[in-house]
Design a protein. Structure first.
Length: 659
């Protein structure tokens, strides 16, 4: 078991983190969350042994097998091996066992009778261990992992030197997953993954037997994987248990974390208020008797006690409170852009074919699909940076475009202040007195606006780049992976900004929470096609479930619809008995009650997802309690529906047989 005890970390002569304790037991999955630049990655470096703590201790068993995926892992993927060779090298302990078995096999050929018995005994022990660890299935498992991470079968033999940075990250991740280390440490593992691959990774990580520590800013990923959330804030780390089974955790791990954190903040504020009162009383005593000789010893004692007081720190979770007032862009025509029978090819590679899309003013559209499917190509067509191989792309009347891509933070002037860099992107007419408030809305209030760009973290530069583009008076905004390296608070700012933006937005992101919060339409890009879905991401997922006709996995709503459809087909039949009529009425009644309960659950879920509700601890407690009660009622109603629907099927079957 790997553990940290009382760890303190100094950076640049200041204390970054203090008194951090953490235990990574087998099967424990810990998400590390916190703002950009707060010390999460530095803490990971201490965990994996790349940096020694300035205070406290780190305990690692001597035989601990530790896997580590840093953000800059691209440089660690060798260019002299194939994809499969690099992935297999992760299981070096199994490869070593395999080599030892081959050596023993050769020794058996030349051993005498006595030695042969000893060698056979050793060989049997090693072979049993090799089999138990999955050595004989190693290559098949490597192919399975590569498939899950989006590689085609033919990619296994490709040299890693041919891969882009994003695919090299996947190779490095595959190597770690195949190795199955005792402790796996991942720094933002989803940054280069598409939605389907993220879903596969979630399922894989949950099944790993070892300990897991990861940094992520993806709420849905945290919900699916973590059973513990450790928040780095106010110079230390606080731990929250979000395992399934508690009432709060039923809403999801992240929501459970927020509810527990708010309760903890209430306690901290009360402790801080009491401490302030005690300190104020001491200060009044010192001030009153400072010059009185008879009280000198008591005064000195209290002065020393003031110096030794360790102040109760209250983490600031409202440093990014977005209030947006964008410059009014010119009003575009109703039709912002239209693609007619568009195809795009790069040499023999066909990326898009027969694409027809019409984007209307004011829509917020998310492009989803696997990496390499053509989402960025589609965005470049809309931006006018790429001409179609065939077909037409037309923009509407008075449409002005701005693009935020994954590399926009790299073209900033590092010697500019945040304020100067922001002003440089604005038209002269918009460089007025409200500029500071606009910058503050993107997380740079007060003195933070005077910081040099070169001093900003990667996430802060990304946020500044978003501010520059989104504050420009354009009416078509194209965002390509804007959430990479953004912390949770910054992603909230992005969501709020998109919702408040007066123009049309087309967004590529693999953060399901951002899609859910910001998009009102989805375009699925895959197999050369771009399919429009006029609805939210949740509605798209529900449509997929219905299309799959997977009754066992599609939930009670689809099962009720399936049963209702079967019942509808029978309603015109003769010989309907009073029993059938009575059961049908009962099913309808239960369905109505269950639908009402599910609607209330959805309403409570939306309320709990609103950050503003957590300003009121009593309101949070009330919502969480109500949510638990309604979920219990829905579960009871669902059981009642299953019983009634089953009885109805039996009764209708009897009618069918009789007719």
């Amino acid at each position: 078991m790997l553990s940290l005890a009382g760890v303190g970390i100094d950076v640049g002569g200041r204390r970054l983190l203090s008194n951090v304790s953490l235990r990574l037991q087998p099967g424990r999955r810990v998400a590390l969350v916190g703002g950009n630049g707060i010390g999460k990655t530095t803490l990971l470096h201490v965990v994996v042994g790349q940096r020694e703590p300035d205070e406290g201790s780190v305990s690692r068993p001597r035989d601990l097998r530790l896997g580590w995926l840093p953000q800059d892992v691209v440089d660690d993927v060798g260019a002299s091996s194939t994809v499969l060779e690099h992935v297999l090298s992760g299981a070096d302990h199994l490869l070593a066992l395999e080599g030892r078995l081959r050596e023993l096999e050769q020794k058996l050929e030349h051993a005498g009778a006595d030695e042969q018995a000893r060698v056979l005994e050793t060989y049997a022990d090693l072979q049993e261990r090799y089999t138990t660890l999955g050595g004989y299935e190693l290559e098949a498992e490597a192919h399975r992992v590569l498939d899950g991470l989006g590689f085609a079968p033919s990619d296994a033999s490709r040299p890693t030197s041919e891969l882009s940075g994003g695919w090299r990250v996947r190779v490095a991740l595959a190597k770690l997953l195949l190795a199955r280390p005792d402790v796996l440490v991942l720094d933002e593992p989803t940054n280069h993954l598409d939605l389907e691959t993220i879903a596969w990774l979630e399922q894989t990580l949950v099944k790993l037997p070892g300990g897991l520590l990861f940094v992520s800013h993806d709420r849905d990923f945290i919900d699916a994987v973590a059973d513990t959330i450790v928040e780095v804030a106010a110079g230390t780390a606080a731990e929250y248990d979000v395992r399934a089974g508690t009432v709060a955790a039923e809403e999801g791990g992240f929501a459970a974390f927020v509810a527990q954190r708010e309760a903890r903040l209430v306690q901290l504020r009360a402790a801080r208020a009491q401490q302030d009162r005690q300190l104020a009383e001491i200060e009044r005593f010192v001030e009153r008797f400072r010059y009185k000789a008879s009280k000198a010893r008591q005064v000195q004692s209290r002065v020393k006690s003031l110096d030794k007081v360790e102040r109760v720190e209250i983490p600031d979770h409202k440093h990014l409170v977005a209030r947006f007032q964008f410059p009014a862009p010119p009003r575009s025509g109703r039709l912002v852009a239209e693609l007619s029978d568009v195809a795009v090819s790069f040499g023999p590679t066909h990326v898009l074919s027969g694409v027809n899309l019409a984007l209307e003013r004011g829509r917020k559209i998310a492009l989803v699909g696997p990496n390499g499917a053509g989402k960025t190509t589609l965005l470049r067509l809309l931006a006018g940076d790429l001409a179609p191989t065939s077909g037409t792309v037309e923009r509407g009347h008075q449409v002005e475009v701005a693009v935020v891509d994954q590399h926009q933070a790299e073209v900033m002037n590092l010697d500019h202040t945040v304020l100067d860099e922001f002003r440089s992107a604005l038209a002269p007419a918009h460089r007025g007195a409200n500029v500071r408030s606009m910058v503050a809305a993107f997380g740079f209030p007060g003195d933070l606006a005077e910081r040099l760009v070169g001093e900003l973290s990667g996430g802060e530069r990304t946020r500044l780049g978003l501010a520059k583009v989104m504050a420009s008076p354009v009416n078509l905004l194209l965002l390509d992976e804007p959430t990479n390296h953004l912390d949770l608070a910054s992603r909230d700012v992005l969501e709020d900004a998109i919702q408040a933006y007066p123009g049309t937005v087309v967004l590529i992101t693999h953060d399901r929470h951002v899609i859910r919060a910001a998009a009102d339409a989805i375009v699925e890009v895959n197999d050369g096609q771009a399919r429009w879905f006029d609805g939210t991401y949740e509605e798209l997922l529900e449509a997929r479930r219905r299309a799959a006709h997977d009754v066992s996995r599609s939930g009670p709503a689809s099962r009720r619809e399936s049963a209702a459809a079967d019942s509808q087909q029978r309603r015109g039949r003769q010989g309907v008995s009073p029993e059938v009529k009575k059961l049908r009425a009962k099913v309808r009644t239960v369905e109505q009650d269950l639908a009402a309960a599910e609607d209330e659950i959805a309403t409570l879920t939306r309320q709990l997802a609103d950050p503003a509700v957590y300003d009121d601890a009593d309101k949070v407690a009330e919502l969480v309690a109500r949510h638990g009660v309604v979920k219990d009622r829905a579960a009871s109603l669902y059981e009642a529906w299953e019983q009634a629907a089953g009885a109805l099927e039996v009764a209708e079957a009897r009618v069918d047989e009789a007719s």
